[in-house]
Ligand binder design. Structure first.
Ligand code: MN
Length: 431
C-alpha cells in the first residue's frame, strides 16, 4: 500500500486543482491497493479560494515539497522503556532486531535515548575499575549525553548530515516540542522517494519543489511538452484538449466509470474555467461534448454553471495588484531567459485606465522578486472575448505582434489563451 500524491502546477488554477481532485477519485476507484491524495504545491490566490468556497469544493491539502523528510524514515516507539527499569529487565526485552538506541520515558514524559554505547561505556568502566559487575543499575543511570534534536519535517538530507557530523547512535525527533519518534544511522541507508502524479503541467520548473527527487508515476496534461527526465517508465496522457479535466473525464469513460455527481461538478468547473466557458480557442469538440455530459449529470447547463462561476470574479481595481498578478502566474525558461506570464479574468475592461499604472508597477515588483527578465500580465475579459497585455520594460516587447494602446500596454482582441495564442508570440519575440 503506497501513498501517491497528485499535484497540479504551482500557483494552481482551477483546472490544476479540479483535475487533481477528480483524478485522485478515479485512481482510488480503479486501484484500491494504493491511496491517491490530491494536493496543491503552492498557495492559492485569494480569488481562487473564494471561488472554491462558493462552489463548495474542498481545497486539496498543501504539500510544500516532494522531498523525503525525517518523518518518512523515523522509527515509531511502540516499546516505552521506563527510566526506572533495571538493566536486567531491559536486557530481557532486547532482541536481535532491537534498534541501537531506544527512547526512555518517565511516565509519559520523554527523557532521552538510551544507546548500546551508553551500556557499553558503563560496562567497560565497571570492568576496568573492579574487574567485575556487581550492581545492576536502572536505565536512567545509564543514559549518556544526548545528541541534537531533529524536527520531523526537516529534510532527509539534513537528518543524514546531522548523523555524519555526530558520534551518536540515535537522535530523537520532535514535532515542535512534542517527541514523535527517533532515528538511528540505519534509517538513512536508503533514500526514500515520494510517488507523484503530475496533472495540468509537465515542466519541472512549474512543478512541486523537489519533484526531481520523486518517482513521477504519471503525467496527465494538455500543455506543450517540456517534460523532465525520469528514471522509471511512466504513463503519459498528453492531449491537445481545452482542459486537463476533459482528459480526466475521458479517462473515467475509458475505464467504464461514471463519475459521482460531486466529481462531475469538479470536472465541469475545471473545464469551464480553463476554456473560459468553452469560448477560448483551445476548446475542442471533445471539451464541448464532455462539458455537456457533465452538466447533465449535475442537472445544470454549461451556460448556467459558467455564469455562476464567473459572476464571482472581482474587478482588478478592488484587488491587491501583486497578489492578483501572481495568483495565476507561469514561468518559462527559453533561450537562457526567464519569462513570467500572469493571467487574470475580468468581466469588463472599461476601468483599465484606472488600474493599468498600478498594475504595471506591481509587474516590475514581481519581475524583480522572481528574478525574471520579462514579466507580462494578460487581462482577459471573458464576456467580450478580448484581452489586454501589460509588459515590463524589455527589448522583446517591440517584437510582439500586438498594437500598442499606451506605453507597455498592448491590445489583443480575440486572444483568450495564454498557452495557445500568447505564449508562442512571446517565445517568438525573444530573438
Ligand atoms: Mn489546464
Amino acid at each position: 500500500m503506497a501513498e501517491i500524491y497528485i499535484t497540479g502546477h504551482r500557483n494552481p488554477d482551477m483546472d490544476s486543482i479540479c483535475s487533481a481532485i477528480a483524478y485522485a477519485d478515479l485512481k482510488n476507484l480503479i486501484d484500491p491497493a494504493n491511496t491517491y491524495i490530491p494536493v496543491r504545491c503552492s498557495h492559492m490566490g485569494e480569488s481562487m479560494q473564494m471561488l472554491l468556497e462558493t462552489l463548495g469544493i474542498e481545497k486539496p491539502v498543501y504539500l510544500r515539497n516532494a522531498c523525503p523528510k525525517v518523518a518518512d524514515v523515523m522509527l515509531p516507539y511502540d516499546m516505552k522503556i521506563q527510566a526506572d527499569l533495571s538493566l536486567s529487565e531491559y536486557a530481557r526485552l532486547v532482541t536481535e532486531s532491537t534498534p541501537s538506541a531506544l527512547p526512555v520515558f518517565d511516565g509519559e514524559e520523554f527523557c532521552g535515548l538510551l544507546s548500546v554505547d551508553d551500556i557499553a561505556v558503563w560496562a567497560m568502566k565497571n570492568l576496568a575499575d573492579r574487574g567485575t559487575i556487581r550492581e545492576i543499575p536502572c536505565v536512567r543511570e545509564l543514559m549518556g549525553e544526548q545528541g541534537e534534536r531533529l524536527q520531523a519535517d526537516s529534510l532527509f538530507e539534513e537528518g543524514k548530515n546531522a548523523f555524519l557530523n555526530s558520534r551518536f547512535r540515535g537522535l530523537s525527533v520532535f514535532r515542535e516540542d512534542e517527541f514523535v519518534g527517533y532515528v538511528t544511522r540505519r534509517c538513512f541507508l536508503n533514500t526514500p522517494a515520494y510517488n507523484v502524479i503530475l496533472v495540468d503541467h509537465n515542466e519541472m520548473g512549474q512543478s512541486i519543489k523537489g519533484v526531481e527527487t520523486a518517482n513521477v508515476l504519471e503525467i496527465i496534461d494538455h500543455h506543450r511538452l517540456n517534460a523532465m527526465k525520469t528514471t522509471m517508465p511512466l504513463f503519459v496522457d498528453a492531449e491537445p484538449l481545452g482542459s486537463t479535466c476533459t482528459i480526466v473525464y475521458q479517462l473515467f469513460l475509458r475505464n467504464g466509470i461514471r463519475p459521482a455527481r460531486e466529481t462531475a461538478r469538479v470536472l465541469l468547473t475545471g473545464i469551464l474555467s480553463d476554456t473560459l466557458i468553452l469560448k477560448s480557442p483551445t476548446t475542442t469538440q471533445i471539451d464541448v461534448e464532455s462539458a455537456a455530459a457533465l452538466a447533465a449529470m449535475c442537472q445544470t447547463s454549461v451556460d448556467e454553471y459558467g455564469k455562476k462561476m464567473f459572476s464571482n470574479i472581482r474587478g482588478l481595481k478592488s484587488r491587491e495588484p501583486v497578489s492578483a498578478i501572481t495568483g495565476d502566474f507561469k514561468l518559462y525558461s527559453e533561450k537562457g531567459l526567464r519569462v513570467g506570464i500572469g493571467q487574470c479574468e475580468v468581466t469588463t475592461l472599461h476601468d483599465l485606465n484606472e488600474f493599468a499604472g498600478e498594475y504595471l508597477n506591481a509587474l516590475e515588483t514581481v519581475k524583480t522578486r522572481e528574478g525574471l527578465d520579462w514579466a507580462l500580465l494578460m487581462i482577459t475579459d471573458v464576456i467580450t472575448e478580448h484581452s489586454i497585455l501589460l509588459s515590463t520594460d524589455f527589448y522583446a516587447e517591440k517584437h510582439l505582434p500586438y498594437s500598442l494602446k499606451s506605453e507597455h500596454v498592448f491590445d489583443m482582441p480575440k486572444v483568450m489563451s495564454r498557452k495557445k495564442q500568447l505564449l508562442p508570440e512571446v517565445l517568438n519575440a525573444l530573438y
